[in-house]
Design a protein around this ligand. Structure first.
Ligand code: FDA
Length: 304
């Protein structure tokens, strides 16, 4: 129930406007977000690199009111990618389809994803948002992947459809980040039980790791903090005889920091997603919904 309340709050425009004005809320976000701009994210990326951990970064912000805003997002990422290159950092970016205009038409988002990908040689990740966007997101990913190559896609193990979607994508040899899924979805669309979401996560991991065995598949990335999922991916890779560095783990900034470093020190590839930007409220509510125990942390900030 608490999870549903937090997910409801994540979509409430009044709360999104009001809560971020409180100092205690701003303080609490620091745990998951080093700062509001790209520079703060890149400073953190440099610190993470010292521990052998690489970074993906993302500008927070979701549905837009105009295509001008989508153009500003493209300019921001194109400029940001130049800055990343200038600083010599191993930092990739991850983009939300709603931030690049998908609500205004698939063509608008496809064009803008292509513009961002064309400005860099590094991989541009495409986030997966709520289920209403899945078809359109697959569409823009597929086209830009076929035309330009350097895009990767996030898929969600809580969706019933994902296994079939992944099978259909495999001929493209895609770079895939598997996550469990962060949105409030009805049972017709997503597995309501965690055990089913986990089982599907392992199944998808197996598909990606088996494909990796042949040597031609894209990067399999497991975006999870769940020790069981991490253990399963490592177990499958070991059984298949894959070297440790043939798959990757991705975690969110500020979550399971010790595990991030431990994995990197034991020869695994680890990438941390560092978010920044003024429009952090819906994203932050989804993080609290994943682990309501984090509310305690917010409450402590309130008391302080
Ligand atoms: P799960 O939520 O089942 O938790 C398992 C364990 O992990 C917990 O018991 C706890 O120990 C730890 N844990 C998990 N979340 C925590 C938290 N917030 N604080 C502290 N501990 C925590 N989703 C989406 O729908 N679209 C997307 O594009 C992305 N992209 C993305 C990228 C990356 C790099 C990551 C890591 C995650 C995403 N997600 C996402 C979010 C994802 O769908 C999911 O909601 C979270 O990763 C939480 O699920 P876990 O697999 O971590 O495990």
């Amino acid at each position: 129930m608490l999870r549903n309340t937090l997910l409801w709050a994540s979509t409430n425009p009044f709360l999104a406007k009001k809560l971020p004005t409180y100092r205690f809320v701003q303080r609490a976000t620091k745990r998951f977000m080093p700062g509001a701009d790209l520079d703060a994210a890149l400073v953190e990326a440099k610190a993470l690199a010292a521990n052998g951990v690489t970074t993906t970064t993302t500008l927070l912000g979701e549905n837009l009111v105009s295509l001008d805003e989508a153009d500003r997002v493209v300019d921001h990422y194109v400029g940001g990618l130049k800055e990343i290159e200038a600083r010599g950092l191993d930092v990739e970016i991850s983009v939300k389809p709603t931030q690049i205009g998908i609500d205004f038409g698939v063509d608008e988002a496809r064009k803008r994803l292509g513009q961002i990908a064309a400005s860099t040689t590094s991989l541009v990740w495409v986030d997966m948002e709520s289920s209403e966007y899945v078809d359109r997101t697959l569409d823009i990913f597929r086209t830009v992947k076929e035309e330009q190559g350097n895009v990767g896609l996030c898929i969600q193990s809580y969706l019933h459809r994902t296994e079939a979607d992944l099978q259909a994508l495999m001929p493209l040899q895609p770079d895939i980040r598997v996550v469990k899924g962060a949105y409030n979805e009805p049972p017709e669309v997503a597995f309501p039980k965690k055990s089913d979401v986990d089982r599907n996560f392992v199944k998808l991991s197996q598909t990606l790791l088996r494909a990796r065995l042949g040597g031609s598949a894209g990067r399999p990335v497991f975006g999870t903090h769940d020790p069981n999922m991490i253990g399963e991916a490592n177990r499958i890779a070991l059984e298949l005889g894959l070297e440790k560095d043939r798959h990757e783990f991705a975690m969110l900034f500020g979550i399971q920091r010790d595990e991030q470093v431990r994995l990197a020190r034991t020869g695994h590839k680890v990438r941390v997603l560092v978010s920044y930007g003024a429009a952090w409220f819906p994203w932050y509510m989804r993080r609290l919904a994943e682990r309501p125990a984090n509310l305690l942390f917010v409450a402590k900030q309130l008391v302080r």
